[in-house]
Design a protein around this ligand. Structure first.
Ligand code: HEM
Length: 249
């Protein structure tokens, strides 16, 4: 069993490398990185991600007792719903008012189906969202600048861990690799990860379409400049949301 699955993280990385490239190069991500995302686009993105995280995290919490791998891997701080609620509160959004886009509904249905039929595959969805923190930290800086947000406000979800990011990502990799998965489970985890990449990329596309956000002609150059000019440094994290998040748990 271990021989086939010892490197589940390497397998996930290899099986989603092209999808990561596509996600990173998507218009939505490029506009965010370039610091050109209008406020409505960003807020509507947070809304859709709230629905995705709420569904996934409900599933993982519900199965942690019966699935030791979920209990071993998923840490309290990895539950991102409180960070999203905090950011949405900052933007004055009532979470009860959020409705799913078509692409989000599709993803939510898939998550719900996996939660009932193959709960360990939830870790594949979770891998993508947890891994995305690596790139989101850069995006947080661009969004903060573009929307002139107060320091540390409105970007908790994009940069939830601050300077602990690398340690927490390393811990996640260690824990995933230490978990025991059957070959069938590992294969389903990989399929779920691929589906999450496709789902998130589709949500970005649909958001641009429904909000009629135009892609600035120079967006790729601007995004490259933003990436090149800033290597993730810890920058004044107020952790405003974290006290509330802890209280909510
Ligand atoms: C402009 C957008 C993005 C940039 C610049 C970016 C950048 C990065 C970087 C630099 C890493 C490597 C971290 C490391 O290994 O130390 C990374 C990893 C990762 N990112 Fe992104 N990313 C972006 C968008 C996304 C999106 C939209 C998703 C998910 C939907 C995503 C999911 C992941 C995952 C899962 C990993 C972990 C890969 C692994 O297994 O090592 N990223 N990203």
């Amino acid at each position: 069993m271990n021989a086939t699955t010892a490197g589940v993280m390497q397998r996930l990385k290899d099986a989603t490398a092209d999808l990561h490239t596509a996600a990173e190069r998507s218009d939505f991500q490029q506009i965010m990185i370039a610091g050109r995302m209008p406020r409505a686009g960003y807020v509507r993105f947070l809304e859709q991600m709230l629905l995705v995280h709420a569904a996934l995290e409900r599933g993982m919490r519900g199965h942690a007792a019966a699935q030791p791998a979920i209990a071993q891997v998923v840490k309290d701080y990895q539950y991102q719903e409180p960070y999203l609620l905090c950011d949405l509160a900052y933007f004055g959004v009532d979470p009860a008012s959020v409705a799913p886009l078509t692409s989000t509904s599709r993803l939510l249905e898939h998550i719900a189906e996996c939660a009932t039929q193959r709960p360990l595959s939830l870790l594949g969805f979770h891998y993508v969202l947890e891994g995305s923190n690596n790139g989101s930290r850069f995006i947080a800086r661009s969004v903060q600048r573009a929307l002139a947000l107060e320091p540390g406000r409105g970007v908790t979800y994009l940069d939830p861990y601050g300077d602990a990011l690398h340690a927490r990502w390393a811990q996640f990799k260690t824990d995933m690799n230490a978990a025991t998965f059957s070959e069938a489970d590992a294969a389903q985890i990989v399929v779920a990860a691929q589906a999450m990449f496709v789902g998130i990329t589709s949500i970005g596309e649909e958001l641009l379409a429904v909000l009629e956000i135009a892609v600035p002609p120079d967006v790729r150059a601007a995004a490259a400049a933003a990436m090149g000019g800033s290597h993730a440094q810890g920058g004044g994290h107020h952790h405003h949301c974290h006290a509330e998040a802890a209280a909510a748990r």
